[in-house]
Structures are given as structure tokens and as C-alpha cells.
Design a protein around this ligand. Structure first.
Ligand code: HEC
Ligand code: HEC
Length: 228
């Protein structure tokens, strides 16, 4: 095949895509409204104001005309209406008010992004959501989802349970609380059960009991040998 033909074949689908995107001005294009991490981090009031509010909303929601008690011309007043904006413009599609031009796909995406980012004034002011590690019987997952947020506050060398630090795999697998391969004999498993005599996290700490799914992955992790 000639290089020229190959080039054409490779670029055709791309061209088709960008064409679809470019002509898209309807509210219901079916295209994804899920913002990327980059879009979330870049979202700001000035962006959503200049690209959505100023054209489609501010005429009815400003300093003199605060329909529904909503003013979309300032970062603080707009942010204070965040959940109502989400409900009316993104869920019910009752805003912009009937009779006004609806939001285009691009405008919906910009507004969705700003709402999901928590209504930031400056880009990146709300810390981005941490990377989600799915719950699974691995040390990495147990540490990120259970031990770090719910146990390590006490189970560290300076904490209330300083004799049983749970910060590293070595500490945990070397601990008396873990009998590799035998969850039923391991305090790490027995002490998190709702029926445990001294349930962990301690009831007095105010921390909720672990969920069934969390208990299950700790059990599986120990039964699988309590390795990484
Ligand atoms: C033509 C005027 C008009 C336009 C344009 C308009 N709104 Fe409204 N908006 C209203 C009126 C009037 C109300 C008061 C409630 C009602 O009558 O539905 C309202 C109410 C609201 C509320 C409060 C709803 C609640 O649950 O209390 C929100 C939030 C809102 N608008 C957001 C927006 C957003 C976001 C846009 C642009 C995407 C927009 N509006 C465009 C007229 C408008
Ligand atoms: C509010 C502080 C606190 C929190 C939070 C906490 N613990 Fe504890 N834990 C203690 C104390 C205090 C002891 C008993 C003293 C010791 O063993 O050092 C203990 C003991 C234990 C023991 C027994 C240790 C052994 O060697 O038998 C296990 C297992 C345990 N905790 C697991 C957990 C797990 C799992 C979590 C999180 C889901 C958790 N703990 C959260 C304070 C805490």
C-alpha cells in the first residue's frame, strides 16, 4: 500500500470525528458529558461565566434581577447556588427558562465540569479527587481504603496503638494480629467484626464499623497469605 493511501485511511476516521464535534450545537447529541481530570482541574468561575452564564443565564440572574434568589454574576453567589444550578440546569433542564435558547452540548459540558469541580472561583482551588483504588484483597488497596483513613491515626509509632503500627506491609504482616493464611485466628480480622468484644475502630473513637465488603477483603487478604 502506498504511504499516501495509508495516511488517508488513518486520518479519515479522525476527520469524521472532529466534523461531528464541530457541527454539534444541539442539547442532545448523546456525546459524553463526563469531564476529564484535566477539564475539572482547569475549571473556574471566569470560564463558566464567560462561556455559559453571561450568554445564557445572567440576563435573568444578576444584581438587579435575582430570579429565584439566584445571582450568577459573582463567584460567591453562583457557588452558593451550586446544587440548585445542578438540579435545574443539568438534571431537570428547566433552566434556562423555557423560551430561552437551551444550552448546547459544549455549554452543558462546561457547566457540568464547574459543578463537579465544586464551583471553583480559581482553577484548581478545590483539590482534585484522589485517585480511586478499588477495594480488593491487596495491601495497596486495604492500606488506601481502610488502614490509612480508619486505623493509622492510632496505629502509628506515636499513636494510641503505638505497639501495633499499621503503616507498612512489613509492620502488618510481622504483627501478632496477622496469622497468614488463617483469618479466623487473626485479631486483624476478629477485631473488626461487629461482634468483637473490643471492636476496631473503637466505638469510643466515633469511627463507624467497617462495612461487610471491607471486612471481606481483609479476610481474603489474610487467607491469601497476607502478602502484597
Ligand atoms: C429568561 C430568564 C431566565 C433565564 C435565561 C435563566 N433563568 Fe434561571 N430562573 C428564572 C426564573 C424566573 C426563576 C424562578 C423560578 C421559576 O420561575 O422557575 C429561575 C430560577 C433559577 C434557579 C433556582 C431554582 C431553584 O431550584 O430554586 C436556578 C438555580 C437558576 N434559575 C439557574 C439558571 C441557570 C444556570 C441559567 C442559565 C443556564 C438560567 N437560570 C437561565 C429565569 C431565568
Ligand atoms: C482511636 C484509636 C484507634 C483506632 C482508630 C483504631 N485502633 Fe485498633 N487499637 C487501638 C488501641 C488503643 C489498641 C490496643 C493497644 C495496642 O494494641 O497497642 C488497638 C488494638 C488493635 C488490635 C489488636 C492488636 C493485637 O496485637 O492484637 C487490632 C487488630 C486493631 N487494633 C485493629 C484496628 C483496625 C483494623 C483499625 C481500623 C479499621 C483500628 N484498629 C483502628 C486504637 C485504635
Amino acid at each position: 500500500m502506498s504511504k499516501k493511501l495509508l495516511f488517508l485511511l488513518l486520518t479519515l476516521p479522525l476527520a469524521a470525528c472532529s466534523y461531528n464535534h464541530g457541527k454539534d450545537g444541539s442539547t442532545d447529541s448523546g456525546a459524553s458529558l463526563q469531564p476529564s481530570t484535566e477539564q475539572l482541574a482547569a475549571s473556574s468561575f471566569s470560564q463558566v461565566y464567560s462561556q455559559v452564564f453571561s450568554n445564557k443565564c445572567a440576563g435573568c440572574h444578576n444584581d438587579t434581577l435575582t430570579n429565584g434568589g439566584v445571582n450568577l454574576t459573582h463567584p460567591e453567589t453562583a457557588k452558593s447556588a451550586l446544587s440548585q444550578i445542578n438540579q435545574s440546569a443539568l438534571v431537570d433542564h428547566s433552566m434556562p427558562k423555557a423560551g430561552s435558547p437551551p444550552l448546547t452540548h459544549d455549554e452543558l459540558l462546561i457547566l457540568t465540569t464547574w459543578v463537579q469541580a465544586g464551583g471553583p472561583n480559581q482553577a484548581g482551588e478545590n483539590t482534585p479527587a484522589p485517585v480511586v483504588i478499588p477495594l480488593a484483597p491487596t495491601f495497596e488497596s486495604i492500606s488506601a481504603n481502610i488502614l490509612q483513613p480508619k486505623c493509622v491515626g492510632c496505629h502509628n509509632p506515636q499513636g494510641k496503638a503505638k505497639d501495633d503500627p499499621f503503616q507498612t506491609l512489613a509492620q502488618l504482616s510481622g504483627s501478632d494480629a496477622v496469622i497468614a493464611g488463617k483469618a479466623e485466628l487473626s485479631d486483624l480480622y476478629n477485631d473488626i467484626l461487629a461482634t468483637a468484644k473490643h471492636r476496631m475502630p473503637p466505638v469510643s473513637s466515633g469511627e463507624a464499623a467497617l462495612s461487610d465488603a471491607e471486612i471481606e477483603v481483609i479476610k481474603d487478604w489474610i487467607n491469601n497469605g497476607a502478602k502484597d
